[in-house]
Each structure stands twice: as structure tokens, then as C-alpha cells.
Design a protein around this ligand. Structure first.
Ligand SMILES: Cc1ncc(COP(=O)(O)O)c(C=O)c1O
Length: 433
């Protein structure tokens, strides 16, 4: 058997063979060769606690999910033009987790495709084009998704939004323009949406899209009442409300199965991705019968791989595992203990400006001064690299990349959480002093 190539050679070959704007995590990259539940293993056999990869929702290479995929792959894998109970069952179980009105499913292959389709559904239903988006949002890598993602089109290499995209402030109670009084802030952020609608021509509004707990924006918990007011204003103007649950669904936020539920709203269209295939590329859109009927306008909808038998078998196994292993309650318990631990660290380290999140979806915002809230971007990168050296994987996010992002596979347990908090404590001590 050939000797495995060294990490350095793999990095060199990657630079030659792949596009340069594919980034690599950490100053000292990791060559991962194996994954199991909340752990990743590198080419030297070192075991890392994964506190970052939400895609491996029920755990890296969860045996039940692997088996479901292997068994189905050996039996049949074809497309949605043939009848199969697998896709029906997946659709039935998936819509069973959502409010009753959301009962028609479409399957695609990624979160980007799910949001693309959500946009097409919204346009077909409203006969309108203009969309309201949150600042710093990210909804995918395709042309239209870059158009509706300020994080991309306003960032390096971007060329701004097209005319049909209208950006409103991210309702960030820590860093945004309105902070102190939650009720007032919520109303003022919502007013931006109402004002944006008022500036449009009558009948021009297609809809509003937002993550229910904006992640790229810095793990932002939306103020209570915000989505309620926004959804109502959008619907009054003839638009539809799209919830991007690509990162936040499937029990991750602990209190609810879907993040939008914690704000007591029901979207018209929900876009899903990352966790639903546990690493197998599955995206899905769930909507109302009324919107689905508007989309059924004579043009066939077909995705070669979307809804194939293997994807459906895997999707079902993931959903079943989330339920059987009670991962939502687990996320709530482990997450609230970790939040408390992180809040205690905030009491000791000035550099922690804010700790926020829900369940196993947490952000720790680092600042140079609590007064000015100057982002501690360099320090955040240093902390993440030091955590990596201690075999704990985290990332950063937010417009200034100063928010430590904690979003582990769901089997991550209380001992893992304690270890993360204790290690962060040691590292902050050396970064700060
Ligand atoms: C909120 C959100 N929506 C959509 C996407 C796009 O998903 P994908 O990379 O599967 O196309 C992402 C990916 O990071 C995301 O975070």
C-alpha cells in the first residue's frame, strides 16, 4: 500500500489543484482522516473535540445514518420520477415536525438550492420580485443567493445588491443601533422593515427572508416581537415570509425543534439544509399548499439528485435519531449549562463583551473595550487557534469575525461543555495578561 501523503504535501497539492478562494481553517491546518460522533481525528491520530461542525448533527458518521445510506445504496438509488414510499415517508415525517400549515415538501441538494427554490416559490405566489433581507445575512453561494446575501455582495469581491434587494439593519441588541430597551429596540428594528416596504411601489414586495437566529451576523438572538411585527407588515403588503433554518433547525436551539418557533411565528416557506442529511447533501423546502399550488404553473420542477432514494433513507435516519436520542432536550440542557459557564467567564474577563445563544448554538463576542465595543478580531483568531492547539475546534463569525462560534454536533455533552469552558478560561488568562 502507498504511504499516506504528509499534511504539508496535501496542502501544496490542494493549492495547485483547487481554487484559491477555498479557505482552510486554523493557522496550522488539520488533516482530518476520521470522524466519530463529536470527535474528529487527524492523520497523527490526535483526537479533537468538535464544537463547530453543525452539519454532523447527530454525530460524525453516526452508525444508524451510515447503515441507512449503505443499505439503500446497495438496493436502489434513482430519482423522483418513480414512485417510492421513502420520499413520501420522509416528507410526512419532516412536515410532521412543522406547524400544520407547512405541509408540502420539495427536496434538493444544498441549503443554497433550498433558498433558491424558496425564492422561486415566493415569486410564483406573489408575482412580485422585491425582497427584504437582513444586513450581514448569508443565504448561499449561487448567483441569486449572493444577490440576497449582504455578507457576500457587500464584502470583498462583491458588487453590492441588485435593485430588487432591500437591506434592513440586523436586529443586534449588542452592537446594532438600538440596544437598551428590548421592547423599544424590537419596534425600531421592525420599523426599518415597515419603512422599506413603504418605499416600494404597490404590489412590488415578494417577501422577507431571514435566519431565525442569524449566524454569519454573529449568532444573534432576535429581540422578542421583532419577527411577529415584521411578518405581519410583510403579509399586509402582499409578501411572503421565508425562514432560513439551514443552520438552526432540528432541535439545535434546545427550546424548540425549529428556531422560528421560539418567536411564536409561522413562516410561509422554510428552507432547510446542513443538518438534515448529517453530511450527506440534502436540502429541503417546506411550504403551504396554497404557495405550492401557485408554483405549479405548468413548468415541471425536477432535481436530478434531489429526493433520491439514498438521500431520503439518510434523511429519515437522521430525523429518527434526533427523536430516539432526544437530542433537542439534550441540546437545551447541555447548552444552558455551557451558557452559564461562559457567562461566569464574562464576569472575569473584560474581553468577553457578550455571551448569547440558545441550546447548542452559542456566540461569545470578544471586544477590546466594553465601553467602545471595539471588536477584538485578532484576539478572537488567536483564541480559536489556541483552542485548536488544545484539541478543541471552534470558529469565529460576525461582521468583524470577533464572535467565537460554538455549534457542535449534538452528542456534545456536559463534560465536553465543561472542558470547553475550562480550556477557554486558561487561554483567555494568557491572551488577556
Ligand atoms: C444560513 C445559511 N443559509 C444557506 C446556506 C447555504 O447552504 P449550502 O452551503 O448547503 O449551499 C448556508 C451555508 O453556510 C447558511 O449558513
Amino acid at each position: 500500500m502507498n504511504e499516506p501523503l504528509s499534511k504539508a504535501t496535501t496542502l501544496e497539492r490542494r493549492k495547485l489543484l483547487l481554487g484559491k478562494n477555498l479557505s482552510v481553517a486554523y493557522a496550522e491546518p488539520i488533516k482530518v482522516v476520521r470522524g466519530h460522533m463529536q470527535y474528529l481525528y487527524d492523520d497523527d491520530g490526535r483526537k479533537y473535540l468538535d464544537a463547530y461542525n453543525n452539519v454532523a448533527h447527530v454525530g460524525h458518521c453516526h452508525p444508524q445514518v451510515v447503515k441507512a445510506g449503505q443499505d439503500q445504496m446497495a438496493l436502489l438509488n434513482t430519482n423522483t420520477r418513480y414512485l417510492s414510499e421513502l420520499i413520501n415517508e420522509f416528507a410526512e415525517r419532516l412536515s410532521g415536525t412543522l406547524p400544520n400549515s407547512l405541509n408540502v415538501c420539495y427536496f434538493v441538494n444544498s441549503g443554497s438550492e433550498a433558498n433558491e427554490l424558496a425564492l422561486r416559490l415566493a415569486r410564483a405566489h406573489t408575482n412580485a420580485r422585491d425582497l427584504i433581507v437582513l444586513d450581514h445575512a448569508y443565504h448561499g453561494n449561487t448567483t441569486s443567493m449572493i444577490d440576497i446575501s449582504p455578507y457576500k455582495h457587500n464584502g470583498p469581491g462583491g458588487s453590492g445588491p441588485p435593485k430588487w434587494v432591500h437591506q434592513v439593519p440586523l436586529p443586534d441588541l449588542y452592537r446594532g443601533p438600538y440596544r437598551a430597551d428590548v421592547k423599544e429596540a424590537s419596534a425600531r428594528y421592525a420599523q426599518h422593515v415597515i419603512d422599506a416596504i413603504a418605499r416600494l411601489e404597490r404590489g412590488a414586495l415578494c417577501g422577507f427572508i431571514a435566519e431565525s437566529l442569524p449566524s454569519v451576523g454573529g449568532q444573534i438572538v432576535l429581540p422578542a416581537g421583532y419577527l411577529k411585527s415584521v411578518y405581519s407588515a410583510v403579509r399586509n403588503a402582499g409578501g411572503v415570509c421565508i425562514a432560513d433554518e439551514v443552520q438552526t433547525g432540528y432541535g439545535r436551539v434546545g427550546t424548540h425543534f425549529w428556531s422560528f418557533e421560539s418567536y411564536e411565528v409561522v413562516p410561509d416557506i422554510v428552507a432547510l439544509g446542513k443538518p438534515i442529511g448529517n453530511g450527506h447533501p440534502i436540502g429541503a423546502v417546506v411550504t403551504t399548499r396554497e404557495i405550492a399550488d401557485s408554483f405549479d404553473n405548468g413548468m415541471e420542477f425536477f432535481s436530478t439528485f434531489g429526493g433520491n432514494n439514498v438521500s431520503c433513507a439518510i434523511g429519515l435516519a437522521v430525523l429518527k435519531t434526533v427523536h430516539d436520542e432526544e437530542l433537542q432536550t439534550h441540546a437545551r440542557d447541555v447548552g444552558s449549562r455551557m451558557l452559564k459557564g461562559l457567562q461566569q467567564l464574562m464576569g472575569r474577563y473584560e474581553i468577553i463583551g457578550d455571551v448569547r445563544g440558545s441550546g447548542l448554538f452559542i456566540g461569545v463576542e470578544l471586544v477590546r473595550s466594553r465601553e467602545t465595543r471595539e471588536p477584538a478580531t485578532i484576539e478572537a483568531a488567536a483564541v480559536v487557534n489556541r483552542m485548536r492547539d488544545e484539541a478543541i475546534l471552534l470558529g469565529t463569525d460576525g461582521p468583524f469575525h470577533n464572535v467565537l462560534k460554538i455549534r457542535p454536533p449534538m452528542p456534545f455533552n456536559s463534560q465536553d461543555g465543561d472542558r470547553l469552558v475550562e480550556t477557554l478560561d486558561l487561554i483567555l488568562r494568557s491572551v488577556v495578561h
